[in-house]
Design a protein around this ligand. Structure first.
Ligand SMILES: [Zn+2]
Length: 558
């Protein structure tokens, strides 16, 4: 997903965010605290805890399969149908927790055709079984529901719109508020089904594009046609997507990977031109990380009336068929306009977000920090390392450093926007710490391959990076992800003696990070800690530089 503060469709707000010159950290920047007090973080509500915690009635079972089988009435803005949920019990129990927004009715929940009792609390649905479900056994329930879902959140969660020619145009984008805004499921991040089916009945003249492989359509004889899709990989709930409209389809392939594209008739020519960028994107990411993760399901790109979203194997696109982000130079350094930001960013999530997923919303930087870094890898693949570095450093202007990237765990907390921009600058810093591109390419390739199709936490990332590099990077991860401030390198010059003293000013007491100092044509790596050390230097205070485009740090010359 890509989120901004404010609505990018309001040009004034967008301009403020998009056109600021990159802030120049480093050589002469004084060490400062943020001028404004950090924004207050609201205490989690009862509903946040129900949604965010992996409580006992979630932890007692493991999802295996969904079949979401629904009818969508565009005129009434009404959904009805069922989700068949198959799960394995991990412990004996008589209750499980599912989720469905309170705007939607539960018609019945059946086990072997017999109705089950349930209790609703906020968005949670606690389902009670008359007899104990045994650990190790597999069960399947049919959860019938209906109603008019609430259109809420930046992209509406589910939005019933019309295109310019008056056809219904219905799209889901629900990462922010959760998939249970429009269908019943176990709405958390840790546990994913292994595969699923999506069946969507809609009026005959419309098309539904959902996730996975298109299995076929069936005329139901009552003015509705059912579109069947099969997802052959684990999938996040919020990635499950409806795209219902007057779509035209065209296709291509990259080797044996099918590429399918969907656009409105009036945009078809523009789409054929712009969507050609998908191939270069796929080639770039396959170069760094390996095969496209959802090959059996194919890659799809679908026009929608909002910016875009990384729906698995069915990436949605609303970037005006133009380069940049809403036609702007997104990182403000003259590189963004060479490519379509939404195709490059949202598709990058197929590797980080959809294949490698965070197990809790608090660790969403694994999706957004990494995918923002993938943008710079695309730039490096297409245009070289210098442009990639410039592109990455363009993001400095957007970083706030007011709150830690990782918020409270288990309460459905959304990380601050720094997870994107500071996230990529941090990953670029790690590359400089490793200081060997061959090792770095192997490291990030193996990182992806090791964790693909899994749900992980930051601790897993740190452990993997430590093991593979033989370094102790924990304090570096912690400083960048668990504190608001970035490290400041303090330098104390004694020009007469020809020395400079240096240390890190940080929150993490054990922080130790190498950094390049001196001059760009002759960098020297020093190993500062939080204790003062001294080195000889022929450089005067004003000539002594720090490689702040390679490491995201402040420098304070005392
Ligand atoms: Zn994103």
């Amino acid at each position: 997903m890509f989120r901004l503060i404010g609505n990018p469709r309001i040009p004034g707000i967008f301009l403020l965010l998009a056109t600021g010159a990159p802030a120049l950290y480093g050589q002469t920047a004084p060490q400062t605290s943020p001028a404004a007090a950090p924004p207050a973080v609201a205490a989690p509500t009862h509903a946040d805890i129900l949604r965010g915690a992996y409580g006992p009635y979630r932890a007692n079972n493991d999802l295996l399969y969904y079949h979401l089988d629904i009818r969508v009435d565009p005129e009434k803005k009404y959904i009805s149908g069922k989700n068949t949920i198959r799960f394995k019990m991990l412990q004996n129990g008589t209750r499980i927790q599912l989720d469905l927004h309170s705007a939607l009715n539960i018609d019945k929940i059946l086990l072997d055709g017999k109705p089950l009792k349930y209790e609703r609390d906020s968005g949670a649905v606690f389902v009670d079984f008359p007899e104990t479900l045994g650990a190790g056994n597999t069960y399947s329930i049919d959860f019938f529901y209906s109603g008019t879902p609430l259109e809420s959140g930046r992209f509406g969660s589910i939005a019933f719109k019309r295109d310019a020619s008056g056809h219904p145009w219905i799209n889901t984008a629900c990462e922010e508020l959760g998939a249970s805004m429009w269908w019943p499921n176990k709405d958390q991040w840790r546990d994913e089904v292994e595969n699923m089916e999506i069946s969507v009945a809609i009026p005959n003249d419309l098309v539904d594009v959902s996730n996975g492989k298109f299995e076929g359509k069936t005329d139901l004889g009552d003015g509705y046609t059912r579109w069947d899709w099969r997802v052959q990989y684990p999938i996040n709930n919020y990635d499950v997507s409806l795209n219902i409209g007057n779509y035209q389809h065209f296709s291509d392939s990259l080797g044996d990977l099918p590429l399918d594209f969907y656009a409105l008739p009036e945009d078809l020519d523009k789409a054929k031109k712009q969507f050609a960028q998908a191939k270069g994107m796929l080639e770039a990411y396959q170069h760094y990380f390996g095969e496209y993760p959802f090959k059996k399901d194919g890659y799809k790109l679908i026009e929608v009336p909002y910016a875009g979203m990384e729906h698995q194997s069915a990436v949605t696109y609303g970037n005006h068929f133009a380069n940049g982000y809403y036609e702007r130079d997104w990182t403000g350094v003259g590189i963004s306009l060479r490519f379509d930001f939404i195709i490059i960013h949202e598709s990058g999530h197929e590797w980080f977000g959809n294949s490698v997923s965070a197990a809790d919303r608090s660790d969403m930087w694994i999706h957004e920090g990494w995918t923002t870094y993938l943008e710079s890898l695309y730039v490096e693949y297409m245009y070289g390392k210098a442009d990639a570095l410039k592109y990455t450093n363009g993001y400095k202007s957007k970083v706030k450093n007011q709150l830690p990237i990782i918020p409270q765990r288990g309460v459905n907390a959304t990380p601050p926007q720094d997870q994107y921009f500071k996230g990529t600058l941090f990953i670029n810093t790690l590359r400089s710490v490793v200081n060997d591109d061959d090792k770095w390419w192997k490291l990030i390739h193996d990182f992806y391959q090791h964790f693909k199709y899994q749900n992980i936490m930051t601790e897993d990332v740190v452990q993997f990076f430590n093991q593979q590099t033989g370094m102790n990077l924990a304090s570096i991860f912690d400083q960048y992800l668990r504190h608001a401030a970035i490290p400041t390198l303090e330098l104390k010059f004694a020009d007469a003696a020809g020395t400079v003293a240096y240390r890190w000013k940080v929150d993490e007491p054990a922080f130790a990070m190498p950094i390049k100092v001196g001059t760009p044509d002759h960098w020297e790596i020093i190993q500062p800690t939080t204790e003062w050390k001294t080195m000889k230097t022929p450089l005067k205070k004003e000539d002594f530089q720090v490689a702040t485009d390679l490491y995201y740090v402040n420098v304070n010359k005392l």
